[in-house]
Design a protein. Sequence first.
Length: 276
Amino acid sequence: MKISERSVSALGRVITGDEGISPYRSGGMLVRLFNEFGGNDAYGAGFPSRWDYAERKIREINDTPLLSSLLKEILDPRGFINTTFTLDKVAEYLNKYLKYDGYELVKDGEFIKIRDTKGAIIPFENPFGESTELAHLFIDEQVTKCDSKISEGDYDGAITNARSLLEAFLCELEKELSGTPEPYDGDLIKLYRRVQKMLNLDPSRPDIEQPIKQVLNGLVSIVTGLAAIRNKMSDSHVRTYRPSKRHAKLVVNSAKTLADFLYETKEHILLQKAKK
């Protein structure tokens, strides 16, 4: 996450409390705060002005994942308990600056999350809805993590969660379609091919036209790519290539699009069976 100098100053005033819309932090409190995000300072004689120190420390972590982590800490609603300040007012104030950097602070339940308005992240609503099954909650969690990690600049983590999303989705589809799914051994491609046959999406079928075969083969390529790119780029293995934002968006959007298509196909098949 990278913000402009004007946004640095605005955030600094919120952190120090000098803007009058957030709790006041003394010099010692500021040192303790920034030491949690990579600093190694001590408060004492010769300490600079509070606002100068805050802005300098923000610049040090600007354009790193630590900045979004700092923002989350500053915007934690528990920091506003027993104060006359409101979290909504702070978010509204910062959004006046952050929107020019391509970010927006949005309410997520009791918390505030950072949304990257520059990125074209495909929205995805968990089709399992309000289900409280652990597997369905896990899918919902992976969707949220994919989006938030891209916003935070954690592209490795977003790729890992994209694969976890697709794995969980395929396992759930197999369970619904077969009733007795095979144990998942970590082979994503093999899992997809099982689900692919259950959904009549096997490109080797003789009754489908060549253009459709090419599309269906493309779905296999997406899964194969997701399995391979996770090993090379994600945070779950020794990384051989550092992913950029565009790589993470490609992986996350591909996983979401494929999951949505597979679910819609499953619903279509079940509907056709019910009509017979």
